[in-house]
Ligand binder design. Structure first.
Ligand code: SAH
Ligand code: SF4
Length: 352
């Protein structure tokens, strides 16, 4: 396995180069290839001598992935399943619109939280992604499209605030030395991991925070987020206040609307009340069912919920589900690909 140099400072690269008897200025050239021209391989770096490329490739890589599978939806959304060097699969989604090019990135293989409706948590946590693997998803997209995305949402597989490498990975994306994307264009979504929210706040970087609230009471929330990783709402609200105080960024509540579960009139009234305590926006996500069932709210269920929220003074947006036909909810496509691969291995074993 090679080590990705994504996130290596120029100084760290200079040290590697000097151990290979190479001049320091090559570090600057390599940085330019990666962070300005989005080269994902040493072999694309035209002004680097072939011999040096060969020596670097013995121990190092730029992007730590290979493309396993990609699917494009009719609305332009493109979903990628990437293979990590240890063979694990992750998902990255590219969502173009008129004004933005958004990338949804993963932070873990699997997820320990295991929310009831989420495909990513079904097998628990397999492992954390490294900082290079987190930032590498941005390099993969920038390389493929020839330009940086405009917005990053950390809403793919995994709970970002349970991965100790998330902050370092995001710093590679937003710090001036590397990809230099404005921090205000990055949104970190969490299921409400209180120590993680506080740690993120302490960085005092202008990243946006989205908290997956999903229910206005602990009693109801318990049905959606299992005990192991769930924090009490009062602690989550206090952590949000701390985030606001440290960064001044308005917080978003994400609320996956599940028919018959958290979509009552009272739920909407209480959610609006809770949001008001920290002046949070509410982003409603209609359930994208991972099983055949009828818990996906209808348009009219959704409209009723929205109108109650608005009547109670809440600022609401609805996440329009992009790329539905390509299994857009997080973890769904990766699970499909894994299952297909498993069944083809089983078929091959049977045939032998
Ligand atoms: N782990 C983080 C970020 C990844 S999930 C978190 O939970 O916030 C991003 C958002 O998608 C969360 O709000 C999550 O609850 C929601 N989500 C996951 N699976 C979904 C599904 N099948 N339908 C609708 N929303 C889903
Ligand atoms: Fe993990 Fe988020 Fe999925 Fe919950 S919704 S299981 S926290 S990825």
């Amino acid at each position: 396995m090679t080590k990705s140099i994504l996130g290596y400072s120029k100084k760290a690269l200079e040290e590697i180069l000097s151990s290979l008897n190479q001049p320091k200025f090559r570090a600057k050239q390599i940085h330019q290839w990666i962070y300005s021209k989005f080269s994902a391989d040493f072999s694309a770096m035209k002004n680097i001598p072939k011999k040096l490329i060969e020596s670097l490739e013995e121990n190092y890589s730029v992007n730590p992935f290979s493309l396993e599978h990609c699917l494009k939806a009719s609305d332009g959304t493109e979903k990628f399943v990437l293979r990590c060097q240890d063979g694990k699969l992750i998902e990255t989604v590219y969502i173009p619109s008129e004004k933005r090019r958004t990338v949804c990135i993963s932070t873990q293989v699997g997820c320990p939280v295991n929310c009831v409706f989420c495909a990513s948590g079904k097998a628990g946590l397999i492992r954390n992604l490294s900082a290079a693997e987190i930032a590498g998803q941005i390099l993969f997209i920038a390389n493929r499209y020839g330009k940086m995305p405009t917005n990053i949402v950390v809403m793919g597989m995994g709970e970002p605030l349970l991965n100790p490498h998330t902050i370092e990975g995001l710093k590679i994306v937003t710090s001036e030395e590397f990809f230099n994307l404005g921090a205000r264009h990055v949104t970190v979504s969490t299921s409400g991991i209180v120590p993680g929210i506080k740690k993120l706040a302490d960085e005092q970087i202008q990243w946006n925070l989205a908290v997956s609230i999903h229910a206005p009471s602990d009693e109801l929330r318990r049905n959606i987020i299992p005990d192991k990783c769930r924090y009490p709402l009062t602690e989550i609200i206090d952590a949000c206040k701390y985030y606001l105080q440290k960064t001044g960024r308005k917080i978003t509540f994400e609320y996956t609307l599940v028919k018959g579960e958290n979509d009552s009139y009272d739920n909407a009234v209480n959610l609006a009340k809770l949001a008001k305590t920290i002046n949070a926006k509410i982003n409603l996500i209609p359930l994208n069912s991972i099983e055949e069932n009828s818990s996906t709210p209808t348009k009219s269920d959704l409209n009723k919920f929205v109108s109650t929220l608005q009547k109670n003074g809440a600022l609401v947006t609805i996440r329009n589900s992009r790329g539905d036909e390509i299994a857009a909810a997080c973890g769904q496509l990766k699970n499909q690909i894994e299952n297909q691969q498993k069944s083809s291995v089983e078929t091959a074993q049977k045939e032998n």
